[in-house]
Design a protein around this ligand. Structure first.
Ligand SMILES: *Cc1c(COP(=O)(O)O)cnc(C)c1O
Length: 442
C-alpha cells in the first residue's frame, strides 16, 4: 500500500508537534510504523491522503455511530455555521439538547454541557466531592476518564498502551484521594468502604470498560456498585462517554437497568464535534454554580455548532427507531438502529471467533452491541490484569495485516473497536475473510 504522502506529512508533523500527533495513540507507537493521514471519510470508510480506502472500525474513537459525514449532521453544522460559530450567551439549541438528553436518559434530570469527555468527568468528580463534602473517590484499574490529574491513575487508553499508568507532572498529593480497585472484584470494593467510613464521595466507573480493550461487567457487579454506594451515602458516577447512546439509546444504564447518581457523556453526543456533558439528579446538579458552591464553566460550552452536530446525531438515533412514537421513552418505540448495531456486532463476533478457531489462534473476542475487542489469549478477559495476558506481538502483526488488507482497527491492543449503522453486512464479511487470512499467518 503506497503511503508516500502520509509518510511525508508525518515527517513534517514530527518537527512541529510532539510525537507528530495531537493525541498519543494516533502515533501508532503500540503497533510500530507511521500513522496514515486522512482527509476524507464517508459512511464506514476513510480515505488516506495517498488515496487508499479503509473500512474504519475506529470511527473517530466512537462518535460516528451513524458512519462518517452523515448528511443530516453535515447539513445541521452548515446551517448553524451560517448563523455564527459561537455566542457566549445562551442559544436555543442548548435547551433542545438538554431536554433530549433528559428524555433519553431518565437518571439525568439536569445536565451541563462541556467541550470534552475529560471535562465532563473532571467536573462530575468535583461535583460529587462538593455535594457529599467528602474527598475520596474510587476508580478502577484500566478505566479511562480523560486526563484530569486526579483521574490519571492506572488509567486505560493511551496511558496504558504506553505503559505509563501514572503520568509525570501529576503531584502525588493530587491523586492521594483516588483509590484504585480491580474491576469486577466485589470484595476489594467492600473492604475499601469498610476501611474508609464516611470518606468516600463516590465511585466513577465505565459501566462496560472500553479503554483497556473491552470487557463486560460480571453478572450483578453494577447492581453491587449501585447498592454499596447508596448504603454508604456515596455517589455512583457512570462514565458513559463511550457507552452513552451507543449500547442502547439510554446508554449502558438502560441496557443493564441501573440508575446512577451522575453520568458523563461525550463522543456520540457531539456527532464528531468537541462535546461532553454531565448530568444527574437535580438535587445534585443544583450544587453547580451559579446555583450552588461547586464552580464549573466553559467559554465554548454549549457551542451552537457542537450542539447542532450532536442534536442531529441523537435525533437520527431516535427518529430511526421511534418514527411513530412521540415520546422517545414510549414503550411502543422500536429499536431499529440498535437492533441493527446488535446484529452487526454479533455477525462480526461470530465471524472472528470462527476465523481464529480455524486458524488455530487462541483469541477471546469480547463484544457488547457495537463495541468489541479481540485479545490473543485462551483465557477469558474480565479486567485489565487479564487483558495484559494478550500476546501483543500477535496483535501488532494482526493489526498491520488487516491494515494492508484495507481494514483499519484501533492501533493498540488496549482500545475498543466500534461499529456504525453504515457498516454493511458485506463490510463485515470482507473484514472477517481478511482476518481469516491474516490469522493464519500469525
Ligand atoms: C474518551 C473517553 C473520555 C475522554 O473524553 P475526551 O473527549 O477524549 O476528553 C472519558 N471517559 C471515557 C470512558 C472515554 O472513553
Amino acid at each position: 500500500m503506497n503511503r508516500t504522502e502520509s509518510d511525508r506529512l508525518f515527517a513534517e508533523a514530527l518537527k512541529y508537534i510532539p510525537g507528530g500527533v495531537n493525541s498519543p495513540v494516533r502515533a501508532f507507537r503500540a503497533v510500530g510504523g507511521n500513522p496514515f493521514f486522512v482527509n476524507r471519510a464517508s459512511g464506514s470508510k476513510v480515505w488516506d491522503v495517498d488515496g487508499n480506502e479503509l473500512i474504519d472500525y475506529v470511527l473517530t474513537w466512537g462518535p460516528a455511530i451513524l458512519g462518517h459525514a452523515h448528511p443530516k449532521i453535515i447539513a445541521a453544522v452548515k446551517a448553524a455555521a451560517e448563523l455564527g460559530t459561537s455566542f457566549g450567551i445562551p442559544n436555543p439549541l442548548e435547551v433542545t439538547m438538554a431536554k433530549l438528553i433528559c428524555e433519553l436518559v431518565p437518571s439525568v434530570q439536569k445536565v451541563r454541557m462541556t467541550s470534552s469527555g475529560t471535562e465532563a468527568c473532571m467536573s462530575a468528580i468535583r461535583l460529587a466531592r462538593g455535594f457529599t463534602r467528602r474527598d475520596k473517590i474510587i476508580k478502577f484499574d484500566g478505566c479511562y476518564h480523560g486526563h484530569a490529574d486526579s483521574l490519571l491513575v492506572r488509567a486505560g487508553s493511551g496511558a496504558l498502551t504506553f505503559g505509563q499508568p501514572d503520568s509525570a507532572g501529576v503531584p502525588a498529593a493530587f491523586t492521594s484521594h483516588t483509590i484504585v480497585m480491580p474491576y469486577n472484584d466485589f470484595e476489594a470494593v467492600t473492604a475499601v468502604f469498610t476501611a474508609n467510613k464516611d470518606q468516600i464521595a463516590g465511585i466513577i466507573v465505565e459501566p462496560v470498560p472500553g479503554n483497556a480493550g473491552l470487557y463486560l461487567p460480571k453478572p450483578g457487579y453494577l447492581e453491587f456498585l449501585r447498592e454499596i454506594t447508596a448504603a454508604h451515602g456515596a455517589l455512583l458516577i457512570f462514565d458513559e462517554v463511550m457507552t452513552g447512546f451507543r449500547l442502547a439509546r439510554g446508554g449502558a444504564q438502560e441496557r443493564f437497568h441501573i440508575t446512577p447518581d451522575l453520568s458523563c457523556f461525550g463522543k456520540v453526543i457531539g456527532g464528531g464535534l468537541p462535546v461532553g456533558a454531565f448530568g444527574g439528579r437535580a438535587e445534585i446538579m443544583d450544587y453547580l454554580a451559579p446555583l450552588g458552591p461547586v464552580y464549573q464553566a466553559g467559554t465554548l460550552s454549549g457551542n451552537p455548532l457542537a450542539m447542532a452536530a450532536g442534536l442531529a446525531n441523537l435525533q437520527e438515533l431516535c427518529s430511526r427507531a421511534c418514527e411513530s412514537a412521540e415520546n422517545p421513552r414510549s414503550h411502543e418505540r422500536g429499536y431499529d438502529v440498535y437492533e441493527l448495531l446488535e446484529a452487526r456486532g454479533a455477525q462480526l463476533a461470530a465471524g472472528m471467533r470462527d476465523a481464529a478457531k480455524s486458524a488455530g489462534v487462541p483469541m477471546q473476542f469480547n463484544q457488547c452491541g457495537s463495541m468489541f475487542c479481540g485479545y490473543f489469549t485462551d483465557q477469558p478477559v474480565h479486567n485489565v490484569a487479564e487483558a495484559m495476558r494478550s500476546d501483543r506481538e500477535k496483535f501488532k502483526k494482526f493489526f498491520h495485516g488487516m491494515l494492508a488488507a484495507g481494514v483499519y482497527l484501533a492501533p493498540s491492543q488496549f482500545e475498543a473497536g466500534f461499529l456504525s449503522t453504515a457498516h454493511t453486512a458485506a463490510d463485515i464479511e470482507k473484514t472477517v475473510s481478511a482476518a481469516a487470512k491474516v490469522l493464519r499467518t500469525l
